[in-house]
Design a binder for this molecule. Sequence first.
Ligand code: ES4
Ligand code: ZN
Length: 358
Amino acid sequence: MALTKYECNAHMHSFLKELPKCEHHLHLEGTLEPDLLFKMATRNNIQLPSSFPTTVAQCKAKYEDFADLQDFLDHYYVGMSVLITEEDFYDLAMTYFAKAKEDGCLHSEVFFDPQGHLQRGIEFDVVVSGFNRACEDAKIKFGTTNKLIMCLLRHLPSSDGIQVIESAGKYYQDGIIHGLGLDSSEKPFPPELFENCYALLKENHPHVELTAHAGEEGDHTFVERSLDTLKVTRIDHGVNSKHSESLMKRLNEKQIMLSLCPLSNVKLQVVPDVGHLPIDVFMEKGVPFSINSDDPAYFGGYILDNYVAVHTRFGFSLEQWKQISLNGINGSWCDEGRKQELRSLVEVVCTKYARIID
Ligand code: ES4
Ligand code: ZN
């Protein structure tokens, strides 16, 4: 059931493309498009399980049919098993950064799942070195800024998380890894399980930024408990915050940004359509949010596709889109100088389109 109520005409599409955007919720492993996946499987001699699709078309069919988050994750962890060498991690991230630039995304804060690779015998340094080299090259080649956020897999014990945090110490020290996140199956693994991991990292590296997936499948208390026990300053997804007025008030007062992923929520059956998301309510109540891609290779769209999907359901004005873009810049973890650059670019694009779009 598609609830496309508003047109995204050619002018609006160009505006949304040119509008400077920031990505705050993207799993690099979730940018592994089927063609690259099969190419890497061949070059690395990886035998995928017999239950795994064998063609791009079969992959696409599977991606139309995820029952829920767990069903997706089961497939995603197998998919990432083709990533072996530093070059693989570099190619994956570089392909994404090129696509982001094309979409008008000028600053990306991207997740990666080291435990998904360590478990398969891939060294931490191989993963981070490939991803970091791509961040540096993307800045030179595309002029975009990019930050790495390491995620802990919540289905693994927190003792495992502690080990990974210790291995990552030198990268946090150098600023190569900028933040910590928490992902994977949400409901069975509440935030409290990882309180020690977050506390340890914050103690060792006080300037580290903290976020966590919460309120995607878990209820609104997962959002509150992530704020209270993990001391995060951003929430990934957070759509279920809409069920608590007091939480929405808190998010507004403390300007805690939700990194929403509209197309992901539809593909994983969180909502039947983008039009069912409480984006208009968040807007009205001043809950800051950004619009993001999550796992774009699997969920049928990158950042611009997500912006367009939101526009066709909510029909925001140019002023409202400007506010969304500025909120994303304010909620980013880049320095004030970069934020000012991005804000100036927003001004230029909005002035240009004010004459074209009413
Ligand atoms: C994820 Cl959509 C989503 N939720 C939780 N963990 C994830 N890892 C990759 N995509
Ligand atoms: Zn996610």
